[in-house]
Ligand binder design. Structure first.
Ligand code: HEC
Ligand code: HEC
Length: 238
């Protein structure tokens, strides 16, 4: 009595398996003849544009968003157009975006210590940093003036020729003769407030700012008078 039942079951299973196997077996054939359904693929085309868009979105710089963010948080100290009027707060206008992003990342991580900037940088995402940097990079810097007639000649000498006896390389070699820097590698220094520039050279020299071995090595070899002189000269560069 079992055997007819199990035969019937086997028959049922076999019957249901046949169409299944047939479908599976047919699948490759259908796939091969399926360029028809696959190619017209509005369905296949939709994921394609969607994927690049999703990938591109984070790297697309949104200058308007950067401007908004900058105006709300940063402009109070760095000036509406990035030309801060306060000697302790650096001018940021026309600075290379890569340099600005690097500094913001390093303020955030603490690699460049600043009790003031760490908190502001901490609130920025990578995208915010890039957006703000793009906004600032497109602003025009306003030059300043050298103030110390006695020191400015020494400053010019150091900036253009370095100090050979102490193996101080000419600043112009990296920051360019007019102080505009070299995009993405060496920051713009021209027109910067002398107080700020001097404070950074002292910070490099004293090991407080440790985010550039090149600059630490150079600043290590400058005395206070030379720092004041070259900072004053840089303020007048344009
Ligand atoms: C309360 C004033 C203040 C505010 C607000 C402020 N900053 Fe600063 N920022 C400073 C000071 C002071 C420094 C110099 C820090 C140091 O001594 O290293 C600085 C330095 C920087 C630097 C480094 C510049 C360079 O030449 O290396 C960048 C970039 C910067 N700030 C961007 C921003 C951005 C972007 C915001 C807004 C999210 C902002 N700051 C908000 C005061 C401020
Ligand atoms: C070998 C290349 C090189 C030379 C030479 C050089 N610098 Fe720099 N300098 C750099 C780099 C790179 C940075 C960016 C550091 C960073 O990423 O934070 C920098 C940054 C600076 C900064 C900080 C700018 C800011 O906005 O905070 C100042 C100021 C500066 N340099 C002044 C000088 C002076 C003055 C001299 C000459 C005595 C000089 N540099 C020579 C490579 C150089």
């Amino acid at each position: 009595m079992k055997s007819p039942a199990s035969l019937l079951l086997a028959a049922v299973l076999a019957a249901s398996a046949v169409p299944l196997l047939a479908q599976q077996g047919a699948a490759p054939a259908a796939g091969a003849s399926a360029p028809a359904p696959a190619t017209p693929g509005p369905a296949a085309a939709t994921p394609a544009p969607a994927a690049p868009a999703a990938v591109a979105a984070p790297s697309t710089v949104d200058v308007a968003q950067g401007e908004q963010r900058y105006a709300a948080v940063c402009a109070a100290c760095h000036g509406a157009d990035g030309n801060s009027g306060t000697p302790a707060n650096p001018k940021l206008a026309q600075q290379h975006p890569e340099y600005i992003v690097k500094q913001l990342q390093e303020f955030k991580s603490g690699k460049r210590p600043s009790p003031i900037m760490q908190g502001f940088a901490a609130q920025l995402t990578e995208a915010d940093m890039k957006n703000i940097a793009a906004f600032l990079g497109a602003k025009k810097f306003k030059a300043g003036f050298a103030r110390d007639k006695e020191l400015v000649a020494l400053g010019e000498k150091i900036y253009r020729g370095g100090i050979q006896s102490r193996q101080v390389a000419a600043c112009a070699g990296c920051h360019s003769p007019n102080g505009a820097g070299i995009p993405s590698q060496f920051p713009r220094v021209a027109g910067q407030h002398a107080d700020y520039t001097a404070s950074q050279l002292v910070a490099f020299r004293d090991g407080v700012r440790k985010n550039s071995p090149q600059m630490s090595q150079i600043a290590n070899r400058l005395n206070d008078r030379e720092i004041r002189a070259v900072s004053d000269y840089i303020a007048g560069l344009r």
